[in-house]
Design a protein around this ligand. Structure first.
Ligand code: F6P
Length: 342
């Protein structure tokens, strides 16, 4: 049996750990051969492959990024995209495909599997942790760790200058990174995409923090939006899945705070730092277990499924269940952390 593997969408710490686990178990226990596809769906679309065997996965467990490369190529938007993928897989004699990705990459895998008979298994990844049907995606824990460390560092410099520091973190539709890192880092305001924010209220929290003789830290997810107004964007361009490139709300908010409170406010945008570097131990553990279970799905012929974390168990769910609806922050959870605002 020859199995194809690809990684799509934004890269994420732990991708290499999944690839390693798939190949190690697939070769050692089941005697499978592997074909790596380069740059997400671009690989099978353009027949761009990479050698994937045990020597190729040696030493990659702690490495960030992905040895296969990634892209946001959407084959559903390419003329004859599905037909080309099917032809290329047939030519390479690839009998099963493991797609490691988030909402977009897995959305394509679900369609290929359910509507076009391509045997796909999905592995959920995203630092945003916004995929339904799994308690956690790998990459999230690393991103939260990086953001928390940054917030800790911002506290000391903010207090030395008694200025407001706004920290913009990733989180397109879901505020999980902002919520977890903001809580762990002791932020005074946390703003998430799920709840529109009132700038006046943010300024009131900032002022109250100064009154207590501390400098406020405001953590804002890149997808957070003010109550009266649209999403603040620096760049209006769209990727091939139709997403805008986010970022800009942090800078905008700092200017508003400065204007309304008279206090100096500066912004730090963490950006891709949150996705880079070595995965945390938890992410290596989760990614490795996902990989081991994904290759078992292939062995069982259980296609159209995605591996998922439920409590401490790895379970199988239809890929479509994970992509039909995003997992966002529940209002009651957000309310719970509100006691630390201001
Ligand atoms: O989906 C994960 C993510 O990191 C989002 O939080 C962010 O909006 C997006 O990817 C950025 O993608 P890119 O690196 O392609 O600009």
């Amino acid at each position: 049996m020859r199995v194809g593997v690809l990684t799509g969408g934004g890269d994420c710490p732990g991708l290499n750990a999944v690839i390693r686990a798939i190949v190690r178990k697939g070769v050692q226990e089941y005697g499978y051969d592997f074909t790596g596809f380069r740059d997400g769906w671009r690989g099978p679309l353009e027949n761009d492959t990479v050698r994937l065997d045990i020597p190729a996965v040696r030493g990659i467990l702690p490495r960030g990024g992905t040895i296969l490369g990634s892209s946001r190529t959407n084959p559903l938007k390419v003329e004859n995209g599905i037909r080309r993928i099917k032809e290329n897989l047939a030519e390479l004699e690839v009998q099963a495909l493991i797609a490691i990705g988030g909402e977009d990459t897995l959305g394509v895998a679900a369609r290929l599997s359910d509507e076009h008979g391509v045997p796909c298994v999905g592995v959920p990844k995203t630092i945003d942790n916004d995929l339904s049907a799994t308690d956690y995606t790998f990459g999230f824990d690393t991103a939260v760790g990086i953001a928390t460390e940054a917030i800790d560092r911002l506290h000391t410099t903010a207090e030395s200058h008694m200025r407001v520091l706004v920290c913009e973190v990733m989180g397109r539709h879901a505020g999980w990174i902002a919520l977890h890192s903001g809580l762990a880092g002791g932020a005074n305001v946390i703003l998430i995409p799920e709840q529109r924010f009132d700038v006046e209220q943010v300024c009131a929290w900032v002022t109250s923090r100064f009154r207590a003789s501390y400098a406020p830290i405001v953590v804002v997810a890149e997808g957070a939006m003010p109550k009266d107004g649209d999403m603040v964007l620096k760049d209006q361009s769209l990727d091939s899945f139709g997403h805008v490139r986010l970022s800009g709300v942090g800078e905008w908010l700092a200017k508003e705070i400065e204007k309304r409170t008279g206090k100096e406010a500066r912004t730090t945008v963490l950006g891709h730092v949150q996705r880079g570097g070595t995965p945390s131990a938890f992410d290596r553990w989760l990614a490795t277990r996902f990989g081991l279970h994904a290759i078992d799905c292939v062995r069982d012929g259980d296609f159209g499924t995605m591996v998922a974390l439920r409590g401490t168990d790895i379970v199988r769910v239809p890929i479509a269940d994970a992509t039909a609806r995003l997992k966002t922050v529940d209002p009651t959870l957000y309310e719970e952390v509100g006691v630390f605002f201001g």
